[in-house]
Design a protein around this ligand. Structure first.
Ligand code: UD1
Length: 417
């Protein structure tokens, strides 16, 4: 059993400057895309987080040659394993990217359904529908998914929902398919743009990324490339939320402020100023939170990956707020944990109603990556000491969360419960 926890004594103001690490959701699909050529693809600014470690291990198990030198990961060689990597597939949702990547290079993939955080059903129907339209045959017995294709063909694919992962899988496949593909109603997240840019550097012909229609002209072969990952907008948003809540003055570098508009809009108030610059942003807060409601939705609207951190802040607001979750159906497990700290939250269907007040320290349990981040944010402001258990969830997406915030003055440390 993992009895490690993050121990936090609330009440410190946060001050200082930091650069956020590379974006988890950009590096994971690019690592998968690196399998689309035998030539070397190097990706710079890869964060030290467990999802990236597991993805690198999965690529190795599949036969690729993977070398990590600091923040630079190089992938080369030919993958061979159609049926390898079962355990790793289950540890992370991002193994879904193997579906597109392996189907392209091997013509077949057989994998257990991907794991990851338990935040909803997360089916793969949009991925599979798109792959079938490109000529793949898919078979799923409830646990094992098998896809085969003797050559993928370009197609017009209208997605029923702008799924991030499905857009990424289909982008990879379309890059090497025979003919043209048009993806309609696709996701517009900055990570889609990062993948399209990466694939283009490898020789793919893609246009329209960042809009809801992407056109891809298939090419016969992709080649090696040198890629760089931008800073993680959700890590930057987490620092912003903690500073807004604890009060202080923090400058964050590395993330593209253009990608964070909806996050800034939800935290800006007469108590919290956010100054943007080409290099990052500076947040100054007196620690008072305005009651404010948000609805999570696909980019460019408010990201579901910031919902727990936002909800944590609203527990201290000057009134009643509502948070509606429209992306994942089961993403309020942290509300129960926040209640252990004294939060007044009621959840009905996909909507949480919060009456702001003050919280006290408690032992709480992360139930997924961002839920864990939200609990830590709340604990940094709560009276007394909290212990956040299940830190392995937080390690999936943050490089040493405790170190990050202690460098800003928070009283926070990794310990054993
Ligand atoms: C990605 C991100 C995750 C983020 C999410 C939404 C990665 C590695 N993860 O996850 O951090 O929270 O986008 O911004 O980039 N859906 C279906 N059928 C499908 C695919 C998705 O019904 O075939 C549903 C899901 O169950 C979910 C919603 O669509 O309710 C959004 O999922 P999707 O955009 O696919 O998220 P992920 O790519 O899994």
């Amino acid at each position: 059993m993992d009895d490690r926890c993050i121990e936090i004594k609330g009440g410190s103001r946060l001050c200082g400057k930091l650069t956020v690490h590379g974006a988890k959701n950009a590096v994971l699909p690019l690592l998968a895309a690196s399998l689309l050529t035998d030539e070397e693809v190097t990706i710079d600014n890869c964060p030290y987080i467990s999802d990236v470690d597991n993805m690198a291990k999965l690529l190795c198990e599949l036969g690729a040659h993977v070398v990590r030198e600091g923040r630079r990961i190089s992938v080369s060689g030919h993958v061979t394993g159609v049926r390898t990597g079962a355990r790793l597939y289950k540890t992370m949702r991002s193994s879904m990217f193997m579906l597109g990547a392996l189907l392209c290079v091997l013509g077949e993939v057989e994998m257990p359904l991907p794991g990851g955080c338990d935040i909803g059903a997360r089916p793969l129907d949009i991925h599979l529908d798109g792959l079938r339209r490109m000529g793949a045959r898919t078979l799923c017995d409830g646990e094992i998914l098998n896809c085969r294709a003797s050559g993928l063909a370009g197609a017009k694919i209208v997605m029923r929902y702008p799924s991030v992962g499905a857009t990424e899988n289909l982008l990879m496949c379309a890059s090497l398919a025979n003919g043209e593909t048009m993806l309609v109603n696709c996701a517009r997240e900055p990570e889609i743009v990062a993948l399209a840019e990466g694939l283009r550097a490898m020789g793919a012909k893609i246009s329209g990324e960042g809009s809801s229609v992407i056109c891809i002209e298939g090419v016969k072969k992709l080649h090696g490339a040198d890629l760089h990952i931008g800073g993680d907008r959700i890590v930057a948003g987490t620092v912003l939320s903690a500073t807004a809540l604890c009060g202080g003055d923090v400058t964050v570098y590395g993330a593209d402020v253009g990608d964070m508009k909806s996050i800034f809009q939800s935290f800006r108030s007469e108590h919290c100023s956010i100054e943007e610059s080409p290099l990052g942003f500076r947040v100054r807060s007196d620690g008072q939170i305005k009651a404010r409601s948000v609805i999570t939705a696909p980019y460019p609207l408010f990201p579901t990956d910031m919902q727990p951190q936002f909800l944590a802040c609203q527990c201290f607001a000057d009134g009643v707020s509502r948070v509606r979750e429209t992306v994942f159906e089961n993403r309020f497990a942290h509300a129960k944990e926040l209640s252990k700290m004294g939060a007044n939250i009621s959840v009905h269907a996909n909507c949480a109603t919060v009456l702001g007040g003050s919280l006290h320290g408690a032992d709480v349990y992360a139930t997924d990556l961002r839920a864990g981040a939200g609990l830590c944010v709340a604990a940094m402001r709560a009276d007394g000491v909290s212990r956040v258990f299940n830190p392995h969830y937080i390690e999936r997406g943050y490089e040493d969360f405790a170190e990050l915030f202690s460098s800003l003055g928070a009283d926070i440390k990794n310990t054993v419960g």
